[in-house]
Design a protein around this ligand. Structure first.
Ligand code: 26V
Length: 799
């Protein structure tokens, strides 16, 4: 190992050991690991090819990866050896781990899920390839200036990325615009604007399995490197214009996961990565087979939400127009290989594209979608007779004068299987989002509850807890998380609970230090760490938490002598740049924190900190230190949540609504070890349907709530009283769309139950232990097994 490291340093990087910086050592170590993994990768590819196995292509606009060095070391089993070798060179491995950039090619839950899934696919030995975009700039870095979010570019590639490998031979022509000439069923797409997609591969190593899968991210390249005429004229800026133009498509991740702004560049991105991926999938298939009928046995293509939903249309275009496959045969192939996961019910995040824009950018795709739609609707009429109403609810194209393509419906129609991401969400997908499709194709709809990878979220993020678990039940939980159920037997063991507490305490101390370093705020590691970390969205109700904090502050001030449970409320998360209400919620969190943290009467018992720039690396520090996990979305709005699983796995107890996967966490840990509050989906629906909801009425009758909202509106936390009026207005005059006030009382009493439980440390530790032991089913390995069996019908490589 030492020789290998020195060789990479000296020969690969061209750096002499005596002048090497920590960064040089990091690079040398990472490249050494990559070289070891490359061997296993070639072997995986060879075996998949020889055994003729089905390959799963996972299409996702986002892969929210993370630092990878420790992961690579753990997957190869070389952690100890490498640490030792570096030590002999006078280098501490721990110092190197923190130097790695944190890639942030995703917004939040959906992107992180894709990253956990890649890890699980490799660990199970599933032949799989993730397809996405190699954004030059990922999710913006968040700075906080006087409480306001400021976005800074995430220039993550400025240090070279040791994990990626450019694949110049995987290069495809991508076309846009132009016009279409028809020849019967087929067409030629001409006069297009062209660019190349070029692949960068990142290796995804299995743990406990020799497989190494591929993450293939597309970058862009101009067809013509330079405008030579301009160059010869001496116009050098113009000469480079083709390059700049081509690169624009991969320049930046869209950092808004709350609203669809039908931006042309976003549609270009979607087409760019879909077209390259489908060309690559077809090329790989054609290298080995010339009978199209074999495709469904050899390929499954998964759509991670609708962002890749152009894929079925692009597949049809390539097969019909370029490979001369007959339309019906091509469509039968499409509907045999595609599957689709829905990740949100929020109407404003459901993708639709104006036909007009699609006609301009993708004229052939628009025609193909129209053709698919016509055939579908006329097939329906033949079966069930004319029915204008039903047509309106299933048509891929909606909206009269300004027609739009509905990408969700497109995805459902083209897919063999459609799934939601928790039991509750999957039911709502069937009953609320696609009821007509569900009655036409009842067998198409399924559920696969999300999961998280235990390698990152326990083995890497929480070494001490991992060691304790190893000692009690052995180390196999890393690849078989269901084994955690064996910890149940220790949940009342005095010694085990004491050690669990010590570990949590140490993690909290580390987080307290981080909080002090970054914010200058002292928090008490003995206080309850009450954590809400996630994107800022109104439906997630960070405001409910904040109002609860203000009400608690008031309660302590009213009875300062009372024996209050000390709490540190930790919040973090990014707001979409144009989401003003979300940014204002961050400002409010900051201002409330500033005020109450400085209150000498209460600050030993209540603190609120907002940690800037939430990302995977920060999550890895916060989650192992959490006592209480806030999962308080309005029932029916959070599709699953995955932070809820990470926190439970690390021994935090949940306070949450009956929403998303919280419901399944409650089933897994039992009603005594979770604090469920608030309305159910049915109660929300009934309240909305009754038309009687009045947030003002609740405000008038609940004094605690009234006082807190009044303070927010009256400038208690900000010298400018008008600052937070939009928040107060949305609650009182906007009739409180996410029903915060309706759930407040229930939330408040649930928090009182939490306090009560906290007062008994050993009983609390038992709850924490049961959250850990109940988390086995939330492994993304289990999710991927479900996909393999029910959705993709693929086979695994033997270990
Ligand atoms: C939506 C949009 C809307 C249009 C433009 C760009 C864009 C980018 C991302 C998204 C993602 C919204 C969906 C999403 O992230 N859903 C989350 O998925 C998690 C994994 O299934 C799940 O745990 C969360 O509950 C769900 O909110």
């Amino acid at each position: 190992m030492k020789e290998a490291l020195l060789a990479r340093l000296v020969l690969g990087l061209g750096v002499a050991p005596e002048t090497a910086t920590q960064r040089d050592w990091f690079q040398a170590t990472a490249v050494t690991l990559r070289e070891i993994l490359v061997e296993r990768w070639h072997e995986t590819n060879r075996r998949v090819h020889e055994e003729g196995l089905k390959q799963v292509s996972y299409l996702s606009m986002e892969f929210l990866l993370a630092r990878d060095l420790e992961n690579a070391l753990m997957s190869t089993g070389l952690l100890g050896e490498c640490r030792q070798a570096l030590a002999e060179c006078g280098v501490d491995l721990n110092d190197l781990l923190g130097l790695e950039a944190t890639p942030a090619l995703g917004n939040g839950g959906l992107g992180r899920l894709a990253a956990c899934f890649m890890d699980s696919m490799a660990c199970l030995g599933l032949p799989a390839i993730g397809y996405g975009i190699r954004y030059e700039f990922g999710m913006f870095r968040q700075e906080i200036a006087d409480g306001w979010q400021v976005e800074r570019p995430d220039d993550w590639l400025s240090d070279s990325n040791p994990w990626e490998m450019l694949r110049p031979e995987r290069q495809y022509l991508i076309r846009l615009g132009g016009r279409v000439e028809h020849h019967g069923e087929r067409a030629s797409w001409i006069d297009t604007e062209n660019l190349f997609a070029i692949a960068y591969d990142t290796l995804v190593p299995g743990h406990g399995h020799s497989a190494v899968d591929t993450l293939r991210l597309w970058s862009a390249k101009p067809v013509q490197a330079m405008d030579l005429a301009a160059f010869n004229r001496g116009d050098y800026a113009q000469a480079l214009a083709p390059r700049v133009r081509a690169k624009t498509v991969v320049r930046v991740l869209y950092p808004d996961d709350s609203t669809l702004e039908g931006r042309e560049l976003r549609l270009r991105q979607e087409h760019f990565f879909v077209s390259a991926s489908i060309q690559d999938i077809i090329r790989r298939f054609r290298e080995d087979y010339d009978d199209w009928a074999l495709l469904p046995q050899k390929a499954a293509i998964h759509l991670n939400d609708t962002h890749p939903a152009l894929a079925p249309a692009e597949f049809m275009r390539q097969l019909v127009d370029e490979h001369e496959v007959e339309w019906n045969a091509a469509w039968d192939l499409a509907t045999a290989i595609f599957s689709y996961t829905n990740h949100t019910l929020m109407p404003e995040a459901l993708e639709v594209w104006p036909s007009e824009m699609m006609a301009r950018l993708l004229p052939r795709h628009l025609q193909i979608i129209e053709e698919i739609n016509q055939r579908f609707l006329s097939g329906l009429r033949e079966l069930h007779g004319e029915n204008q109403d039903r047509d309106g609810e299933v048509s891929l194209i909606t909206g009269g004068d300004h027609p739009q393509i509905n990408m969700g419906r497109m995805s459902v129609l083209a897919s063999r299987k459609v799934n939601g991401v928790s039991k509750l969400h999957s039911r709502l997908v069937r009953e609320q989002l696609f009821p007509q499709f569900a009655s036409i194709y009842p067998d198409r709809f399924d559920n696969v509850t999300n999961g998280i990878t235990p390698r990152r979220w326990l083995a890497q993020a929480n070494h001490a807890l991992s060691a304790l678990i190893d000692e009690k039940i052995g180390s196999t939980w890393r690849s078989d998380l269901a084994r955690l159920s064996q910890l149940e037997a220790f949940s009342t063991d005095v010694d085990f609970c004491a050690r669990l507490r010590d570990i949590k305490q140490a993690n909290k101390l580390a987080l307290a230090n981080l909080i002090h370093d970054r914010l200058g705020v002292h928090v008490d590691p003995a206080s309850m760490f009450d954590v809400q970390v996630k994107r800022i969205h109104e439906y997630k109700r960070q405001l409910l938490n904040l109002i609860g904090v203000v009400a608690r502050w008031n309660a302590i001030r009213a009875e300062p002598e009372k024996d209050w449970v000390p709490r540190t409320v930790v919040m973090a998360g990014k707001a979409a740049s144009a989401y003003h209400m979300a940014k204002l919620i961050i400002k409010l969190a900051h201002d409330i924190g500033r005020r109450i943290n400085a209150d000498p009467l209460t600050s030993d018992r209540l603190k609120l900190v907002f940690l800037p720039d939430y990302n995977v690396s920060l999550a890895e520090r916060i989650i192992p230190a959490a006592d209480l996990s806030e999962q308080i979305s309005l029932a029916g709005t959070e599709a699953s949540g995955t932070g809820n699983m990470k926190l439970a796995l690390n021994g935090a107890v949940t306070i949450g609504t009956a929403d998303g996967a919280n419901v399944e966490i409650a089933e897994a840990v039992g009603p005594d070890d979770i604090f469920i509050f608030g309305m159910t989906v049915e109660e929300v629906a009934a309240l909305r349907a009754s038309g009687t909801y009045s947030s003002r009425e609740i405000y008038r009758t609940n004094h605690r709530l009234q006082e807190a909202i009044d303070q927010i509106g009256a400038g208690e936390f900000n010298s400018d009283p008008a600052c937070f009026w939009p928040i107060v207005d949305s609650l009182l005059d906007g009739n409180d769309h996410f029903l915060l006030l309706a759930d407040f009382d229930s939330y408040w009493t649930a928090q009182a139950r939490v306090d009560h439980a906290w007062r008994d440390p050993s009983a609390w530790s038992t709850k924490a232990a049961r959250n850990i032991s109940g988390s086995g089913i939330f492994s993304s390995d289990r999710s991927i097994r479900d996909y393999v069996e029910r959705i993709w019908q693929a086979e695994l490589l033997s270990p």
